[in-house]
Design a protein around this ligand. Structure first.
Ligand code: B12
Length: 178
């Protein structure tokens, strides 16, 4: 089973525009959410993390995945929907999560096969199993994760090109309004 985890290009921070603004070199952050998702993914999945902020690949030249997981801040949402549309046309299932999908769930649900709100730790293995067994639901909620359930982020799946590293030291929310 082939899984693409995609960080859509952010119009403000692409490293492709580094010649226009050298600060972009320091604005592109590792896609920690996708590295965590990869850490939660069983080994039977062949995972590729694609960070479009380092340059968007030619998806049509790549093998068709079985499942695509897309993350997005709000600034990335429009591109996320474009990417989702491309892979859905190919017949791949598309799941979207992250802050934008969590805050604008109904909107995101119009563009993808499944939306995951909240944090992925408690729900991602179930999403994968449902996708594998042809029973993916339109909506999942991961709620809040305990830091002890957060796996090691898969730094090994990234290519170089980042100026900064990324680590997690804590999780939580002082005020969470559902
Ligand atoms: C660390 C952080 C930063 C860092 C690193 C940013 C980065 N690009 O990685 C810094 C300080 C650089 C930063 C800057 C900015 N940030 Co900031 N940042 C955060 C913070 C505190 C944590 C994000 C994080 O890495 N969490 C750890 C990872 C593992 O968790 P996660 O990304 O949420 O992913 C989990 C779930 O969302 C879910 N998930 C995510 N994606 C997917 C995908 C799928 C398929 C599934 C199933 C699940 C899933 O599962 C993951 C694991 O549980 C959040 C607030 C918060 N508490 O969440 C704000 C936050 C993300 N930032 C925000 C903003 C606005 C910005 C800036 C635009 C601010 C500015 N005006 O400059 C910039 C953007 C810079 C950039 N180049 O991206 C907003 C985004 C709001 C929005 N609607 O888009 C947030 C939510 C803060 C807020 N409440 O306003 N930020």
């Amino acid at each position: 089973m082939r899984l693409y985890l995609i960080n859509p290009s952010n119009p403000l921070v692409s490293i492709v525009n580094v010649k226009e603004s050298r600060w972009n070199r320091y604005r592109v952050w590792k896609p920690l959410s996708l590295m965590v998702l990869a850490g939660l993914t069983p080994s039977e999945w062949e995972i590729q993390i694609i960070d479009e902020n380092l340059g968007a690949p030619d998806y049509s030249a790549m093998p068709r995945p079985d499942l695509v997981g897309i993350t997005a801040f709000t600034s990335q949402a429009n591109r996320a929907y474009e990417v989702a549309a491309h892979f859905r046309r190919l017949g791949a299932l598309v799941v979207m999560g992250g802050i934008h999908a969590t805050m604008c769930r109904e909107e995101a649900m119009e563009h993808v096969d499944a939306v995951v709100t909240g944090e992925a730790e408690g729900i991602w293995p179930e999403v994968l199993e449902d996708a594998q067994n042809g029973r993916l639901r339109h909506r999942y909620d991961g709620g809040l994760a305990d830091i002890k359930d957060v796996p090691m982020a898969r730094h090994d799946l990234l290519n170089g090109g980042y100026a900064c590293g990324a680590i997690q030291t804590t999780r939580g929310s002082a005020a969470f309004v559902a």
